[in-house]
Design a binder for this molecule. Structure first.
Ligand SMILES: Nc1ncnc2c1ncn2[C@@H]1O[C@H](COP(=O)(O)OP(=O)(O)O)[C@@H](O)[C@H]1O
Ligand SMILES: [Mg+2]
Length: 242
C-alpha cells in the first residue's frame, strides 16, 4: 500500500481577527504558506495586507484566531522571538539606518553569525558590494530596498515577509529586484510572502496567490492561472494586467 503525504504548511493563520482601537481590520483571515513557497498577497489599498504581515510578525496582536509556525503556536510570542524562530520581515518603509554605511547596515543584521556571512548578501546583490562604503542616504530607492532585504536575509529566515518591495521603483530596478528575489528563493529554499500593488510582477514571481478584501481571503489561485483571469483581478484588485 502506498501512502501519500502532504507536507504540512510552515505557517498557518486561522480565523485571524486584528485591528487598531475600535477598528477591525483582519476579519477572519486564514491562509497557509508551505515550505519554500512563494505566495503573493494582493488586494486593493486598505484591505489589510500590511496588517496581515504585522500580525504574523507579532507587531499587531491577534484578538482571536490561531497562528502556527513550524508546528509551534506563536500567537503569544514577541516579534523578536518570532524572528529567532525564522520569520523575517521587510516593512513597507525601508527601515535602513541612513547614518550607517551599507556594510554597517548589513553588520547590524548579522546577529550571531560571522562577518564572512556578508558575502552571501554581496553575492545576491552585487550592487551592494560596489556600494559597501556608501552611506544609506546615498543609495537609490532600489538599492535601499536591496539593502533592507539583504539585511533581513542575513538573519537566515525560513519565511520572509515582503511588504510592497517594488513600490516607487523604476521598471528596470523592479525587474532586477524580482530576479534577485527569485535567485534568493532558489538558492536558499526560503519561503516568501510578497505583498504588491504591481500585481502582474508579483504574480510572475509567485507560485500561488491569495486575494484579500475587507480583511479576509476572497480568492486563492495558482499565480499563472490568476495572471490570465482578468475578471477576478478586475473585480477584487480593480486593475487589469497586461
Ligand atoms: N496604525 C493604524 N492605526 C489605525 N488604523 C490603521 C493603522 N494602520 C492601518 N490602519 C487602517 O487599517 C486598514 C488596513 O490597513 P493596511 O493593513 O495598511 O492595508 P493595506 O496594506 O492592504 O493597504 C486601513 O483602513 C488603514 O487605514
Ligand atoms: Mg500596505
Amino acid at each position: 500500500m502506498t501512502t501519500t503525504t502532504t507536507a504540512p504548511p510552515m505557517l498557518s493563520l486561522r480565523n485571524g481577527v486584528a485591528g487598531y482601537g475600535p477598528t477591525t481590520v483582519l476579519d477572519g483571515l486564514s491562509f497557509d504558506v508551505h515550505p519554500g513557497e512563494r505566495l503573493a498577497m494582493i488586494g486593493r489599498n486598505g484591505v489589510g495586507k500590511t496588517t496581515a504581515l504585522r500580525a504574523v510578525m507579532g507587531l499587531v496582536p491577534l484578538r482571536s484566531g490561531s497562528l502556527h509556525f513550524l508546528g509551534q503556536d506563536i500567537a503569544k510570542l514577541q516579534p523578536h522571538q518570532r524572528a529567532d524562530l525564522g520569520l523575517g520581515y521587510v516593512p513597507q518603509t525601508r527601515d535602513i539606518f541612513p547614518s550607517l554605511t551599507v556594510e554597517e547596515n548589513l553588520l547590524a543584521g548579522l546577529k550571531r553569525r560571522p562577518r564572512s556571512a556578508l558575502d552571501e548578501a554581496y553575492t545576491l546583490f552585487p550592487r551592494l558590494a560596489e556600494r559597501r562604503r556608501n552611506g544609506g542616504t546615498q543609495l537609490s530607492g532600489g538599492e535601499q530596498q536591496m539593502l533592507s532585504v539583504a539585511r533581513a536575509l542575513l538573519g537566515r529566515p525560513r519565511l520572509l515577509l515582503l511588504d510592497e518591495p517594488l513600490e516607487g521603483l523604476a521598471p528596470l530596478i523592479r525587474l532586477e529586484l524580482l530576479r534577485a528575489f527569485a535567485q534568493m528563493a532558489e538558492q536558499t529554499g526560503i519561503a516568501t510572502i510578497i505583498v504588491e500593488q504591481q500585481v502582474d510582477e508579483a504574480l510572475q514571481y509567485a507560485q500561488r496567490a491569495v486575494i484579500l478584501d475587507h480583511g479576509t481571503v476572497v480568492h486563492t489561485a495558482p499565480a499563472n492561472e490568476l495572471l490570465n483571469d482578468g475578471d477576478t483581478l478586475e473585480r477584487w484588485v480593480g486593475m487589469a494586467v497586461h
